[in-house]
Design a protein around this ligand. Sequence first.
Ligand SMILES: C[S@@+](CC[C@H](N)C(=O)[O-])C[C@H]1O[C@@H](n2cnc3c(N)ncnc32)[C@H](O)[C@@H]1O
Length: 220
Amino acid sequence: MCRAIGERLYIRYQEWWLSIHTEAVIQLDQLKLEDPDRRYYSPANYHAFAAVLDRLNIQPERDVLLDFGSGLGRAVILAALHPFRRVIGVEVSAELNQVAEENVCRALRRLRCRSVELIRADAATYRIPPDVTVIFFNNPFCGLVLENVLRNIRESLSEKPRKVQLICQVPEQSAFEMGLQQQSHFTLEREERFSQNVRYLFYETNHTSNAQCLGSSATN
Ligand SMILES: C[S@@+](CC[C@H](N)C(=O)[O-])C[C@H]1O[C@@H](n2cnc3c(N)ncnc32)[C@H](O)[C@@H]1O
């Protein structure tokens, strides 16, 4: 009980400090975008994602973070408090993306990374830029969308071999996690649990698996 109240106060403080409005749960049928592979809007956990970002060894000249399913922009804004070279959000809903843009404008004075790009697109068809090094997923989709996104990541790695880290906020069980486990190009490095329903999975690729990507894309 006390913990829940503390959590709500912390969320309100963060939203006030950043001058943003991201605390909501929005079903995609409200936006006429329902699809069994798409997950509804629910923002990243402030404590957990901030702690994860604090522990990343961000190289300001190199690192670019991409948030798949950026919603109202909370994760993008939290990432941009850090010295990423740029931060990109990809969101299927034009309405959510519009609010995210307003949120980024209001938070701008707090951001260390001023290069924030919010793209309205279906993740399945989004071509991943060759400079992206960190990809965040807050349980945004599963099924065919996830398959296409993982294929697009492999293609991006084939075009430009590099180390890419996947950071995933997932609940106890999810179709997203099951889909990710079925592929072999990323290795689960570690898992962190923040609360009963907030887990983080850290996957990595490296130059060896980049070479495997090239091999498998040549045979498939
Ligand atoms: C759980 S919310 C995550 C929001 C944000 N990343 C955060 O952590 O604060 C998932 C988001 O994914 C979006 N989404 C679902 N399917 C998508 C798709 N195919 N392409 C792009 N965005 C999608 C939803 O509209 C929703 O905003």
